[in-house]
Design a protein around this ligand. Structure first.
Ligand code: HEC
Length: 147
């Protein structure tokens, strides 16, 4: 059967209002000089921000973090330390219990953040640990094996 389209159905009305574009007046040379110094200011601010972002994390890292990051850790010793100190909350295979699973934690946190997590005590109920730098480096090596 053929469907007849009633003549009252028409395509939607096309908008009639067209945006008006007004050409900006050509800047005078004084305006141009103002613009150039404004751009120079913006560039200087950008350079300052980039310098801060690059330099601050390095300046912020404390002696403990720095000496820990200079050591190479042993994943095996790290696992021993983990079983004694951390497994009660994170599970013997770090699969998560009271605390979250630590598999793939390296993708979420870098070494500095992992050190902070362990030594800061900022996220109760996880206690504040004070491992020797070598022990901390061993823990990092163990956490690195958790894919
Ligand atoms: C008393 C329980 C407890 C113990 C013991 C504990 N943790 Fe935790 N841990 C937690 C809890 C709870 C969190 C989640 C904290 C939050 O983010 O609110 C956590 C978070 C973490 C995180 C961050 C996980 C993520 O996904 O960002 C890491 C890494 C971690 N713990 C490592 C350790 C290590 C290493 C030890 C042993 C030195 C340890 N924890 C001992 C309870 C514990």
């Amino acid at each position: 059967m053929r469907l007849d389209i009633p003549s009252s159905v028409t395509s939607p009305a096309t908008p009639t209002a067209t945006p008006t574009v007004t050409a900006a007046a050509a800047p005078s040379s004084a305006n141009r000089r103002g613009l150039i110094s404004a751009l120079a200011m913006v560039a200087a601010v950008c350079v300052a921000v980039v310098a801060l972002v690059v330099l601050l994390p390095a300046a912020r890292s404390d002696p403990y973090t720095r000496s820990t990051l200079q050591l190479s850790g042993s994943g095996e010793r790290g696992e021993q330390l983990f079983l004694i100190n951390c497994a009660g909350c994170h599970g013997i295979a770090a699969q998560g219990l009271v605390g979250p699973s630590l598999h793939g934690v390296h993708n979420r946190k870098n070494n500095r953040q992992l050190i902070q997590q362990v030594v800061s005590g900022r996220t109760p109920p996880m206690p504040r640990f004070q491992p020797e730098p070598q022990a901390m480096a061993d823990l990092l090596a163990y956490l690195d094996t958790l894919t």
